[in-house]
Design a protein around this ligand. Structure first.
Ligand code: MN
Ligand code: MN
Length: 469
């Protein structure tokens, strides 16, 4: 039972151009948005353009919501839920597309800056599951915010413009790497070696005499601090309340002679978040309420106020119940139980270089469309959501009727490894939920790859799901 290649539906010419044009919009988004905050700001901007209103403003104005209304709500600048209100009461449930907008990277520590042998480095703590050795000798950029004591926030984005400087983590030269090359992969580069080199120019003043120059310590660091003060009005202590992410520098690029793929940072899981939001904006309002839920912290266990485990979504559904009719706690519970969700997260694409980790009948392939993972987990499906057969049956009908290409997959061979998503957290409410998303090559590497037609089929499949489920 092999699934057909989706490109067959899009022969050269107009049909194929649609796929390529959609991917180009995504490529630009991915180049621009490398943090959960940047993604949230992007989707708020797009939501406003598409006629969505800020839910908190609706609440503050004491207004009600009616079928066809579009609203969004931001969770602390790092996550977002957007809704299109349906004709039926909210208690009948919501069709949800849930994806995450955080990606593996390195975060600056709270006290990051130090000088060593006239070089200044920033100490990091990596975020999410990474092969640390992949993050050395690459051009890196700094993205994030610095929150100052006076309540203002400075936005940082350095390393993306063509004339910006870039940063990086060094690696040992091969000539001196005899010991290193004997180490296990996990130890080749260790966490505390992921310090980012950011400067080497000491601060000498014109009128300093030789004696003075010798007396002064940490002159390179002083110079970096001078630059930070002049350009961003931040001081060393301000790092204490900063969130700065170190990410690969540069734009996402078309990949392959045929430009059928995209290489970029953070496809996991922005390649699902982007079509989820666009599908919500494009879907025709219907009986049921639709939602796109774009959350943070999935890569570290969906924890915290902005992760899927927080009450943000539940509380927002309660607000919707109140804004569309009479409020009752029972209606909220019914609403959550009656939801249908696609936990939209990436799948591991079959890699011809590493065929041994996959079981070929149950692997995801580039070009074969939206991927469904009935279960994820590891060691006997442990920790998995394991979606119901009936729900998968309903989805097959919806996708076949809409001529959407899809495939099913497991994350590798049995006992090869495993992983998790937000599916089981949504499942806690008793709602129907299954993992579905786009296949990714090089997952969690600095530069990941996806197939453009898979992205397009995800978008089409998400619209079909919202309108028909
Ligand atoms: Mn993911
Ligand atoms: Mn991931």
């Amino acid at each position: 039972m092999e699934r057909p290649n989706a490109w067959k539906k899009y022969p050269e010419g107009k049909a194929q151009k649609k796929v390529m044009d959609f991917a180009e919009g995504y490529r630009r988004f991915l180049s621009e948005c490398k943090t959960e905050r940047e993604c949230t700001a992007y989707f708020v901007k797009e939501a406003k353009k598409a006629g969505f209103r800020d839910l908190d403003e609706v609440i503050a104005a004491g207004k009600k919501l009616k079928p066809g209304d579009k609203v969004y709500r931001v969770n602390r600048g790092k996550a977002l839920a957007a809704f299109v209100i349906g004709k039926e009461p909210i208690e009948n449930g919501i069709n949800i597309l849930g994806a995450h907008i955080d990606s593996p990277r390195m975060d600056l520590k709270q006290n990051p800056l130090y000088e060593n042998t006239d070089m200044v480095l920033l100490d990091t703590h990596y975020y999410g599951g990474i092969k640390k050795y992949q993050w050395v000798t690459l051009p890196l950029a700094l993205h994030g915010v610095v929150a100052k004591k006076d309540g203002t926030t400075v936005t940082v984005n350095i390393g993306e413009k063509p004339d910006d400087p870039v940063f990086g983590v060094s690696d040992l030269l091969i000539h001196l790497a005899a010991n290193q090359m004997d180490k296990k992969g996990a130890k080749v580069v260790e966490g505390e070696q992921l310090d980012v080199l950011v400067g080497s120019l000491p601060l000498y003043k014109k009128d300093d005499d030789e004696k003075k120059k010798k007396q002064k310590k940490d002159l390179v660091k002083r110079n970096i601090l001078r630059i930070l003060k002049e350009n961003y009005d931040i001081e060393e202590e301000d790092f204490l309340s900063a969130e700065i992410e170190v990410v690969p520098a540069g734009a996402a690029r078309d990949y392959g002679f045929d430009r059928s793929m995209i290489m970029g940072h953070g496809h996991d899981d922005r390649v699902c978040a982007y079509p989820s939001f666009l599908a919500l904006a494009a879907a025709k309002p219907g009986k049921r309420t639709y939602a796109a839920l774009l959350v943070d912290k999935e890569e570290i266990g969906s924890v915290g106020a902005t992760g899927m485990q927080s009450r943000f979504f539940e509380n927002t559904v309660a607000e919707l119940v109140a804004l569309t009719g009479e409020y009752s706690e029972l209606y909220v519970r019914r609403a959550l139980t009656n939801c249908k969700a696609l936990s939209s997260d990436v799948s591991a694409a079959f890699d011809p270089n590493y065929p041994d980790v996959s079981e070929k009948k149950n692997a995801a392939y580039f070009g074969r469309g939206l991927v469904f993972n009935k279960y994820t987990g590891a060691r006997g499906k442990s920790g998995s959501n394991d979606a119901s057969a009936e729900y998968m049956g309903e989805l097959r009908k919806i996708l076949d009727d809409a001529d959407v290409s899809y495939q099913t997959s497991e994350l590798g061979k049995v006992d090869q490894g495993g992983g998790g998503t937000i599916a089981y957290i949504l499942g806690n409410y008793g709602m129907l939920v299954i993992d579905s998303g786009v296949a990714v090559l090089n997952m969690h590497a600095p530069w990941e790859i996806i197939s453009k037609v898979d992205l397009y089929e995800a978008y089409r499949g998400y619209i079909a799901f919202l309108e028909k489920a």
